[in-house]
Design a protein around this ligand. Structure first.
Ligand SMILES: [Fe+2]
Ligand SMILES: [Fe+2]
Length: 302
């Protein structure tokens, strides 16, 4: 067993039972009639915008600032939606392939949760009004995860890396958003995702103990490649031109911004302890994490 989001210990079948008791309804349990602020749909402070500390932001008028907020927020929630769709496919893969009935049951409940999340984020993207296609780095990661015939790798990619990415972003939304609808739906979704993240760790920690050296090395390689993609994903490079700004200039600014550094810390603080918990903190991952400046997180609790 590993700790879940509440810091308590739960076995896989406990997670399944908890999931059955924690079901909620996307239509009935969220106040969808609430109108979002068109100039700042997620009600986020401007300090969370990667270029907000640069003089370029000060030169923008209110209309341009609102346009950038809509694009940035629409991009983030669209990526979450693409991740949710991929999570449903991975959960389905695990339902089909798992031999342990408790793993099958937990994955089935996860599939139900992911259908609900797709519903919720489809509605939220519609309300924001600036949908985005899947970003190139997230697309690569999702394709790598889904195309692999090994269902353990699907679970590693999805339940640890993509769920971890989503949880890190959700934490910042919960911390900063001032909108009651966003807060309400996030608190419901995060409860589900914390269960998925815990189930992924339980399942993989167990599976990895039975693997030989070559199979473990392949997973280590997969984690290193995925971390490099996630590192790139953090910079929402696609939003600048639609918001009327120079892509080249803003992509550069966002890479050196304090805001991106904070997101980087939140993301890898979430992922590195999980990699350790599933037995994949080994020579190659250790060296890669050291190179990215994130190895210290390995000592943190999950
Ligand atoms: Fe989800
Ligand atoms: Fe999930």
């Amino acid at each position: 067993v590993v700790p879940d989001g509440d810091g308590q210990l739960h076995s896989m079948s406990d997670l399944y039972h908890r999931a059955t008791h924690a079901q909620w309804d996307a239509e009935a349990d969220i106040a969808w009639d609430h109108a979002l602020n068109p100039d700042n749909p997620l009600a986020m402070p401007d300090a969370t915008i990667p270029i907000a500390a640069d003089p370029i932001w000060g030169r923008m008028d209110d209309r341009q600032k609102a346009e950038l907020r809509r694009n940035l927020q629409g991009w983030h929630i669209s990526q979450i939606l693409h991740g949710e769709r991929a999570s449903l496919l991975c959960a389905g893969k695990l339902v089909l392939s798992a031999e342990d009935p408790a793993v099958k049951a937990a994955a089935t409940m996860q599939a139900v949760d992911e259908v609900r999340h797709i519903d919720v984020y489809t509605r939220l993207v519609d309300k924001i009004g600036t949908p985005y296609p899947v970003s190139p780095s997230l697309d690569r990661l999702i394709c790598d995860v889904l195309s692999d015939s090994d269902s353990d790798l699907a679970a590693l990619g999805m339940q640890i890396l993509i769920e971890g990415l989503a949880l890190a972003f959700f934490k910042s939304l919960q911390m900063y958003s001032n909108d009651p609808l966003v807060k309400q739906l996030q608190s419901l979704v995060v409860r589900d995702e914390a269960r998925h993240f815990a189930a992924g760790q339980l399942y993989l920690a167990h599976r990895h103990r039975a693997l030989d050296e070559a199979e473990l090395a392949r997973r280590e390689e997969f984690v290193c490649d995925a971390f490099a993609l996630l590192d790139k994903y953090l910079y929402a490079d696609e939003i600048w031109e639609p918001a009327g700004l120079s892509q080249r200039e803003c992509a550069g600014l966002s890479r050196s911004s304090e805001q991106s550094a904070i997101m980087h810390r939140v993301l890898f603080r979430q992922l590195v302890p999980a990699v350790r918990a599933i037995g994949l903190l080994r020579d190659k991952t250790r060296a890669a994490f050291e190179g990215m400046g994130i190895l210290d997180y390995a000592n943190f609790p999950v």
